[in-house]
Design a protein around this ligand. Structure first.
Ligand SMILES: [Zn+2]
Length: 158
């Protein structure tokens, strides 16, 4: 049974206890259930929570070596999350690599440094959002490419 009636319900923010209205489109019974059982947060508390979470992530990322992001509040929040996830992926990738020799290991570490220095220097929140699909395989290929570049520098780079 569908009705085109929109109901307004009074709910209470769990953080500040402020009452506010929400619109729900389900059956009245279902809506009342949600009014009583869902954890409601008003817009202000939701926003505060969001920026607190972003600030915490930002602090962690800065400690790892990242620069502060630039962009809209919304894209910064998202990019902050993305780059810490990508960094975790990269750490996992690093742990799976085995080295044939000390020389190999040294090359690999040098390539890591070059790879990460690009990440660390990327302040544009949009870049992180555009590159959010980068997976471990992409990272491996990029590192392998950098290693080749170190071994056989192309003429343009000399
Ligand atoms: Zn609130």
């Amino acid at each position: 049974m569908t009705e085109d009636i929109v109901f307004d319900y009074d709910v209470k923010c769990r953080t500040c206890n402020q009452k506010f209205k929400v619109q729900m489109f389900d059956s009245h019974d279902r809506n009342l259930y949600l009014v009583d059982n869902k954890h409601w947060f008003c817009d202000k508390c939701k926003k505060d929570f969001f920026s607190k979470q972003t600030a915490e992530l930002q602090e962690k990322n800065t400690l790892k070596g990242f620069l502060e992001l630039e962009g809209s509040d919304k894209s910064i929040s998202w990019a902050e999350k993305l780059r810490s996830e990508m960094m975790n992926k990269f750490e996992i990738y690093k742990q799976t690599v085995t080295h044939q020799s000390d020389e190999d290991k040294e090359l690999f570490e040098k390539a890591n440094e070059i790879f990460l220095s690009e990440w660390f220097a990327t302040k544009d929140a949009k870049w992180w959002i555009d590159n959010k699909k980068m997976n471990v395989r992409d990272m491996r290929l990029k590192i392998e490419f950098i290693i080749e570049e170190i071994k056989n520098p192309s003429k343009e780079n000399l």
